[in-house]
Design a protein. Sequence first.
Length: 113
Amino acid sequence: MVEKTVFKKIIDGELPADVVHQDDLCLVIRDINPQAPVHLLVIPRKEIPSLRDVGPEDRELLGHLLLVANQVAQHHKLSDYRVVINCGLEAGQTVWHLHVHVLGGREMQWPPG
C-alpha cells in the first residue's frame, strides 16, 4: 500500500492546514515554508502525482486550478504574482501530488532558480 502524501492527509482532514479556499475540486492552503509574503498552494482533490501524469480527462480540472489560482491571488490583493508547477525532482517537486504555487507580495526575479 502506498503511503498518503501530506496533501492527501490534509484533504482527508488527518493533518491541519491553513485553508484559504476549498470547493469540490480543490483546496488552497498557505505554504508552511513561504518563499514570498503570499505563498499559496492550489491542490486538486484528485490524486495526480505530477503534471506529467495528467491526461485529456483532466482538462477541466487543470483549467479550474488556474482559475482558482487567479481568484485567490485577487482575494489577497495581488496585482502581480507568479504561478508555478514543479514537475519532477530536478524542478523542485518535493510532494508527489500535483499542486500549483501562487507567489506574490514582492518583486520576482528571472530566471527563478
